[in-house]
Ligand binder design. Structure first.
Ligand code: GLV
Ligand code: MN
Length: 214
């Protein structure tokens, strides 16, 4: 009984320490790109030199260039573009899709994502972990929102006739991005072609060929 209470106390303490470490301890810590010291983000600018512009950004309306093999472009807005985002646990992206464009399967190791369609029709999906590996997918239209849960592999595909545009927000100023195919084919040094071929049930020569082209 006493040991159970001790365990509960230790867990409660760990939980409150974990929470304390993500709640800011000052009104703001506007990022100073030239600052030397940093703690889980950019160093703080001198608060006296902070201006309203540090909390603002113009250009979310500018389309990204989708002339690439996937026909999509992710434009990031984080503490590098908006210094006031530093230490706020937030960041966002704009995603442009050409007709048939897609955002390949990827995960964000440090965030969940809320995704909203501004233009067009986009199929979205994510897959849960083992043992179910359940595929959740849906076709979204302008004004629709979808959630990609923390760390799960997800993708989008433009299934409309014209261009599509979405914005998404992350609950981390640095969500990270791990592309599934990129990890298999572009890592340096590469993951052995035998491992990739056997994992994906592909011919080893085929994998070697793709890895060599990267
Ligand atoms: C969309 O899922 C993105 O992370 O850009
Ligand atoms: Mn994503």
């Amino acid at each position: 009984m006493a040991s159970n209470m001790l365990l509960a106390g230790v867990l409660a303490l760990c939980f409150s320490v974990a929470l304390a470490s993500i709640v800011p301890v000052q009104d703001f810590c506007v990022g100073d790109p030239n600052g030397q010291a940093s703690a889980n983000g950019l160093a703080c600018k001198d608060p006296k030199s902070v201006t309203p512009d540090d909390f603002s950004f113009s250009g979310l309306d500018k389309p990204g260039n989708t002339s690439n093999p996937s026909g999509s472009k992710v434009t990031s807005f984080n503490a590098n573009q908006i210094p006031g985002l530093n230490s706020q646990g937030l960041s966002m992206v704009r995603v442009d899709y050409a007709p048939y464009g897609f955002n390949p399967p990827h995960t964000h190791p440090r965030a969940s994502e809320i995704f909203a369609v501004l233009e067009g029709t986009i199929e979205v999906g994510f897959v849960s972990g083992v043992p179910e590996l359940r595929h959740f997918k849906k076709v979204l239209n302008k004004g629709d929102i979808f959630i990609f849960p923390f760390g799960l592999i997800h993708y989008q595909k433009n299934v409309g006739k014209g261009n599509a545009v979405a914005i998404a927000a992350f609950n981390n100023q640095s969500p990270g991005m791990i592309p599934l195919a990129g990890t298999m084919y572009q890592s340096q040094p590469d993951i052995g072609d035998d491992i990739v071929a056997r994992s994906f049930q592909l011919d080893q020569g085929f994998v070697k060929n793709i890895q060599a082209k990267q």
